[in-house]
Each structure stands twice: as C-alpha cells, then as structure tokens.
Ligand binder design. Structure first.
Ligand code: MN
Length: 236
C-alpha cells in the first residue's frame, strides 16, 4: 500500500499493518494455507464519511450496496484470486500493472482495478462538494479547457459510454483532460495521473436514479464533487 503515488492514499502503513494483522488471524482461523499468510492482504478501506452523508444525491441505501457489497466483493475476490500465486506479495498498484492487458489474468486485473477505482472514487465525493475549484486547480483547468464550465461539460460527456465504466479528469504531462474508460479500466494503465473520477456503473446510481445516468452525473458535479481532492492530486 505504500506504493500509492497519489494523495489518494487512504491506508497509512499503520492502518495497513493493523488491517493485515486482523485479516491474518481470520485467514488462520479459516484454515488458509500458510503461504497465504505471507502475502499482502488487501483490505476494504473505511469510507471517508458516514454512509448517509451524501444524501439526497446518493442515498445510504446505494452506499450500503455500492460500498458494503460491491467494493467489498472486489476486495474479497482479489484476495482469493492472488492467494498462493506469484502476485500474492505485490501491492495493489503492482498487481494492476502486472495483469493489465493480459486475457488470462483478466479476473485479477478487473478486481484489483475495481478496488483501486472505488477507493479513489469515494474520495472524489464529499458532502457540500461542487462549486468552484481551488485557485491553483482552476488556473490549470482554464489553461486546458478554457473554463471550469467547459471542463465540467467534458467530464459529463465522458460519462456517456455504452455500458459500465468510469469518467476521469486526468493530468497528462502538463495538460488536464478527460478520459472515459470501460468496465474496470483506469488511467494508471495509460500512464496518466487521475485527478477525479465518476463511477458510471449502473450499481452507482440505479437505486436512486434508475436509468437516468445524466441526472446522477449532474447532481454529483453540482453537489458532491470534491475539487479539493483533485487539487491535492495535481502534480508539479
Ligand atoms: Mn462502482
């Protein structure tokens, strides 16, 4: 976990060690092979707010399923898939790098990338978000898009892919741009630095918005998007 290079890091080394110790005890009780105990145990990081904190834009019900079931399942699946393999000792980012674009490792890549994406996504939202980006980020946005409004429109346009995926604001060299990815894919595997993301899998909005993806995206951009987090991710 110390491999994280963005300020999106939510697990400190101490958190990680205590989570690992807890997980190791569970694994031992459940009779996992001893080899698994030597591996990196990936854990579900705590949400950065209460599960009802994003209401009414995102309900506690959605959070219960999205974080408590979907995100957790990606973590659990990843731990099962890498146990006893050459990937067991690697950090999340190294697993992503080692499995991207390899059809025979797709299940591991998908679960690892979805763990990373969701941990990042929760931090991209906050109660009382939206509004104007901090000055340093605003300048960078204006230099790349012309205006904050134009950036917002491009980000919203990046949420219109067919099927499941993610819309991203990224830093690519000196320039900021938007990227859309399908399924679990993420800008790390394209050598770009993610600043923000919006989850546009149906599980992110269906309980609250049914098929109205654009309403969910606009509500997130108006009321929840965490520009401070994006600003903290900006590189020099
Ligand atoms: Mn999701």
């Amino acid at each position: 976990m110390t491999e994280y290079t963005t300020s999106s890091q939510v697990l400190t080394r101490r958190d990680f060690l205590s989570a690992s110790a807890g997980a190791a005890i569970l694994f031992a009780v459940n009779g996992f092979p001893a080899g698994a105990l030597a591996g990196e145990i990936h854990s579900l990081p705590p949400l950065p707010y209460e599960d009802n904190a994003l209401e009414p834009v995102i309900s506690a019900n959605t959070m219960g399923f999205h974080y408590g079931k979907h995100h957790k399942a990606y973590v659990d699946n990843l731990n099962k898939l890498v146990a006893g393999t050459e990937l067991a000792d690697l950090s999340l980012e190294k697993i992503i790098a080692a499995t991207v674009g390899q059809p025979d490792k797709a299940a591991i890549f998908n679960n690892a990338a979805q763990v990373w994406n969701h941990t990042f996504y929760w931090q991209c939202l906050k109660p009382g978000g939206g509004g104007e980006p901090p000055a340093a980020l605003k300048q960078r946005i204006e230099a790349s898009f012309g205006s904050v409004d134009a950036c917002r429109k491009e980000l919203a346009a990046a949420t219109t892919q067919f099927g499941s995926g993610w819309a991203w604001l990224v830093q690519d060299g000196d320039k900021l741009k938007t990227v859309k990815t399908g399924n679990a894919d993420l800008p790390l595997s394209m050598d770009m630095k993610p600043l923000l993301t919006i989850d546009v899998w149906e599980h992110a909005y269906y309980l609250d918005y049914q098929n109205r993806r654009a309403d969910y995206v606009n509500a997130v951009l108006d009321k929840l998007i965490n520009w401070d987090f994006a600003a903290a991710n900006l590189g020099a």
